[in-house]
Ligand binder design. Structure first.
Ligand code: PEP
Ligand code: MG
Length: 758
């Protein structure tokens, strides 16, 4: 049954025409369950009804015509209840409605399952039979499993349908995502470097198949040459018959069947990628259904060959691609490194199919002031290439081929934003004090991007978080002590007489080093931050030595330890820092008047467990800094990088707010200096609550600083404390949001809500 199910889903997701795919689907399901009728209805949410799209058993004339309201009939009932409904005699059911045109009078047994994607009912799959009986458990389980798997494929078809519609009717259609970085970008989209993966290719036809034939033949020759080179190179190292696989690949590439099949598909107007996918998938399916385990395993080889060929097809297609002067970058997974690569080349905005709002890519985009949306649930990204778009990082929408009127509307929004920004910039060099004289210190987060010089002039009181990872990333090995010393010296010297808090290496999670790969099932719960550097004292010691050397003569360094989850880690890190300090003192100075300052050492509070050891920590470190990005992720058990659960990741969840409040109280009680350096400190709402809780040092992206200062200068501290009392009494996140929204308007900060300069 599993093989049948997989085949049905695979064939459905491969098909290019939805109508044909649905017809094939219903007949396959009807056969698999040996029943007499199978039908599929798709939801039209605008019109609030289901449309009968295809059936094997009902009257053909009704396809595309029969509509059933969301609250009507048995189909409506399945949709409303969002669960399978199994009825022995449908015609006797009170919800049954008679639709003569579908000609179902002779069917009694009915089983319907909803097709649901991300809580939205996309359609209903039904099976019917003449004999009055309940469908059995296996049949029900089959239909439920199939519907769940079809949902993803159908969701992507739905999104593609939207795009195609927008081209044909010249209407702006939008794709929704998650806000990665606020702002609006209007321009041409450029799709880059999708990882060659045949399973992600959407089938497409083209008018010029001659060009596609050239591309495919060139890609085949390239792939052939690559295999020859690879096996030549490896021959020197391996002498067993494992290299035979290259010969198999080469034979397959030369085989008349394989190549001829792809070419035949191209001649049917499929583009080279689609033709390759169709042929490879059918080979894979044949291999996977074989009894012999060895032969079944060969399906992997075919997939591998397919992806290598695809890689070359994509490279050939991209080779002569010139970047326009300004563009919106679209990719399957925009990494922080990719962003850094494109930022100087005219980058207007970012669209990432995967990822979420608190990933490091999103944080970097905010730091660079580049609008971004992440987690756009759209599989056929190649269709977006070179299309005009509006990227709305506030409303988290991507409008493809928008109408001129919409572009003009967005131009007005951008102008209003610029005006507001100019207004807040006027006060950026004034003190960050509330109207009743409560003063806070505003610092910046730095290190993720180049262009650090810009931050010197934004009116910051120092650097609250310098992330040291990026200088470690764009390289082929760990930087040496002298390289690090030089870099850190530049940073410390950029803020003379102002504190600069440098965090020790925090890789792992969603940040990896190309020369130090970490493959784990749960990277955010794994080997990350201080856990890695304590396991590798040689890396830690070099880094803290470089920091302390750089600090010589400047004296504004503080060292911060990421991901602390136990007192033992702090003891161990302190021991290593002391070791580095004493080593340096004896290496550098013969003159007893020369003194190397031992920097202050603090910890990030971002692992929930350590909140219950703040008292113990207070005796060991000089300061605490809350990492609210990770703290939220770990408190709520929501991966900050996973778009599927992005709606659950919320700084304003009562548990997060209460934890932040508790940390502030404990630090005050023990007199430990406290700061916060997570993204929450960039948001006007967050800032108001944090100040009321007692946070006196807020560290944020340089671009947010003027806005945050302006907000602080226009509120009253005593009033904020009253607001906080109310907020801490809420039990639901949504209540916090609506109450704070109301309060911002009352405080005269409505512009920040309406213009969404949040
Ligand atoms: C945090 O977790 O809040 C933080 C500031 O660190 P990062 O985002 O780099 O993990
Ligand atoms: Mg963190």
């Amino acid at each position: 049954m599993l093989t049948i199910l997989r085949r049905i889903v695979l064939e459905f997701s491969q098909a290019s025409e939805l109508d044909q795919a649905l017809l094939r689907l219903v007949s396959q399901v009807k056969n698999a369950l040996s029943t007499q009728c199978c039908s599929v209805y798709l939801a039209d949410h605008e019109k609030q009804h289901f449309i009968l799209m295809a059936s094997n058993g009902l009257a053909e004339n009704a396809f595309g015509r029969t509509c059933i309201g969301f609250t009507e009939g048995l189909v409506g009932l399945v949709g409303q209840r969002e669960e399978p409904i199994n009825i022995a005699n449908a015609q006797q059911h009170p919800d049954f409605i008679h639709a003569p045109e579908v000609e179902e009078e002779h069917f009694k047994a009915f089983l319907g399952t909803p097709i649901i994607h991300q809580r939205k009912v996309l359609g209903i799959l039904t099976v019917q039979q003449e004999q009055a009986r309940f469908f059995n458990e296996n049949e029900e389980a089959f239909l439920v499993t199939l519907s769940a798997q079809l949902a993803t494929a159908l969701a992507s078809v739905e999104a593609q349908g939207m795009i195609e519609l927008s081209y044909s009717q010249n209407m702006a259609k939008n794709l929704a995502g998650i806000g990665g970085s606020p702002g609006v970008a209007i321009g041409k989209m450029i799709v880059v470097h999708p990882k060659a993966d045949l399973s992600k290719i959407a089938l497409n036809k083209v008018s010029d198949n001659h060009q596609q034939l050239i591309i495919f033949n060139d890609a085949a020759s390239r792939t052939f040459a690559e295999f020859s080179q690879m096996s030549e190179k490896l021959k020197a190292i391996i002498s067993d018959n494992s290299l035979d696989i290259f010969d198999v690949y080469k034979q397959l590439l030369q085989s008349d069947n394989f190549k001829a099949e792809v070419i035949a598909k191209i001649k049917l107007a499929w583009n080279a990628q689609s033709a390759l996918k169709l042929v490879v998938d059918s080979y894979v399916m044949q291999f996977e259904s074989l009894e012999d385990e060895y032969l079944r395993e060969r399906a992997y080889d075919i997939k591998d060959l397919g992806n290598r060929l695809l890689n070359n097809i994509q490279n050939l297609a991209e080779e002569d691609q010139q970047l326009p002067e300004k563009f919106i970058l679209v990719a399957e997974d925009v990494s922080a490194a990719m962003l850094a690569e494109y930022q100087h080349l005219g980058l207007l905005g970012i669209v990432s199919i995967t990822g979420s709002n608190n990933s490091h890519t999103a944080i970097l985009a905010k730091a660079l002031n580049i609008p971004a949306i992440m987690g756009v649930d759209y599989l056929a990204i190649r269709q977006l290439h070179k299309k005009q778009a509006i990227l709305d990082g506030y409303g988290c929408q991507l409008y493809v081929t928008p109408a001129d009127a919409l572009i003009n509307e967005y131009r007005h929004i951008v102008a209003a934003e610029n005006k507001l920004y100019a207004q807040v910039k006027e006060e950026e060099h004034l003190p960050a004090s509330t109207q009743d004289g409560h003063h806070v210190s505003l610092l910046i987060n730095a290190g993720l991007s180049a262009g650090f010089e810009y931050s010197q002039n934004v009116g910051a009181d120092g650097v609250g978080l310098y992330r040291t990872e990026i200088p470690f990333m764009n390289r082929s090995c760990f930087p040496s002590e002298s390289e690090q010393t030089e870099l850190y010296q530049q940073v410390l010297a950029s803020f003379p007489d102002k504190p600069v808090t440098m965090r020790t290496l925090d890789v792992g999670g969603d940040k990896s080093l190309p020369y130090f790969p970490i493959i784990e099932a749960n990277p955010f719960l794994g080997w990350r931050g201080i856990r890695i550097t304590l396991d590798h004292p040689e890396i830690f010691l070099v880094q803290v030595r470089a920091m302390m050397k750089a600090n010589y003569g400047l004296g504004n360094l503080a060292i911060m330890l990421p991901m602390i989850s136990s007192i033992t880690e702090v003891d161990e890190a302190n021991r290593l820092i002391n070791q580095a300090y004493y080593e340096l003192t004896s290496e550098l100075f013969c003159n007893e008047n020369d003194v190397l300052e031992r920097p202050q050492v603090g910890v990030m509070i971002e692992v929930p467990g350590i909140i219950f050891q703040l008292e113990d920590l207070a005796d060991k470190v000089d300061f605490f800094s809350v990492g609210s990005n990770d703290l939220t992720q770990y408190l709520l058990a929501v991966d900050r990088n996973n778009s599927r659960v992005a709606s659950l990741y919320d700084f304003y969840h009562p548990a997060v707010l209460r934890a932040l409040h508790y940390i502030a109280e404990k630090s005050q009680h023990r007199d430990v200096p406290l700061s916060i350096c997570g993204e929450l400190a960039n948001e006007p709402t967050g800032v108001l609550l944090l100040i009321a809780m007692g946070y006196k040092n807020l560290s944020m992206s340089a671009h947010s600083l003027a806005k945050v200062k302006w907000v602080i200068r226009h509120v009253d501290y005593q009033q904020l404390k009253q607001i906080l009392v109310r907020v801490l009494s809420f039990t639901n996140t949504s209540d916090v949001h609506s109450y704070m929204h109301e309060q911002l308007v009352k405080l005269g900060l409505g512009d920040f809500v309406h213009a969404r300069l949040q």
